[in-house]
Design a protein around this ligand. Structure first.
Ligand code: GLN
Length: 275
């Protein structure tokens, strides 16, 4: 009899334990994903997780203390503030950002990477309203005779892998039959290093990153030519994440309306071009 009771008690205990485990699992699930007070889903509860590809100053780079700062960071901070959570930044290769893989796998809620809105990327990402206009630029070491793409015949030209700059150059080389050796670097730092150490005769990337590099390293590099590609940057969310996209767009619109955008622009980019 007592044995029977014992068995029953064990069964009850086991059932309670199963419930407890279920409860814990429920909690754990909430820890790895959540929803803000305003109903926006997040891949990790309590934070807005941003994917970016470092370094890409002045849009995102580490400051001396190792904190990631920049134009994009400041704008996404406004989105995070609207959601009442802090922003957490994940550094990851640009390929996974632009392909949608990182957003689809739940690595982050939003991508903010100085990323140009393109028709191809629109197929795999949902972009915010444009938040920045950019062009491509050809940078050379100061005093270089290279002024145009044509001057690069028989020479090496650096680009950054997976970017619109790389696409633009490959298209120009093909279209104009240019005899340029295009060398693709995995990130901006590697490309800039290659230029400053003369491993390439010139390098192409978005104009604002060259302006920033020139500010940080005066007299070393200059912009030889600009290519007006008419690019616009957008933040991206996983396809179909309308709630978060709406919050991102609202934050950008509010910042444009109340002067916050201009302040952030002045801090990270400099004087605003006349529009
Ligand atoms: N604007 C460029 C692009 O979208 C470069 C972005 C980057 O390297 N972070 O391809």
């Amino acid at each position: 009899m007592s044995k029977f009771i014992f068995v029953r008690k064990t069964a009850v205990l086991a059932a309670t334990a199963a419930l407890a485990i279920g409860g814990v699992a429920g909690c754990a699930k909430e820890d790895t994903g959540g929803t803000t007070e305003s109903g926006v889903p997040l891949v990790k509860a309590g934070a807005l997780t941003t994917c970016t590809h470092l370094p890409y100053a002045p849009f995102q780079s580490k400051d001396q203390s190792g904190k990631v700062v920049g134009f994009d960071v400041a704008l996404i901070d406004l989105v995070a503030a609207k959601l009442n959570v802090p922003q957490e930044i994940v550094d990851t290769p640009f390929e996974g950002i632009k392909s949608g893989a990182d957003l689809n796998s739940g690595k982050c809620d939003v991508a903010a990477a100085g990323m140009t809105i393109t028709d191809e990327r629109k197929k795999v990402l949902d972009f915010s309203e444009p938040y920045f206009d950019a062009t491509q630029a050809l940078a050379v070491v100061a005093g270089s005779p290279v002024k145009t793409l044509e001057d690069l015949a028989g020479k090496r030209l650096g680009v950054q892998g997976g970017t619109t700059g790389e696409e633009y150059i490959n298209a120009q080389v093909k279209e104009k039959g240019l005899k340029i050796e295009v060398v693709s670097y995995k990130d901006l730092a590697a490309e800039q290093q290659a230029l400053s150490t003369n491993q390439v005769a010139a390098a192409v990337n978005d104009l604002p990153v060259w302006n920033e590099y020139i500010k940080a390293n005066p007299g070393k590099v200059e912009v030889a030519a600009g290519f007006d590609t008419g690019e616009q940057y957008g933040f991206a969310v996983k396809k179909g994440n309308a709630e978060l996209l709406k919050t991102v767009n609202e934050a950008i619109a509010a910042a444009r309306a109340d002067g916050t955008y201009d302040k952030i622009y002045a801090t990270w980019i400099g004087e605003k071009p006349a529009s």
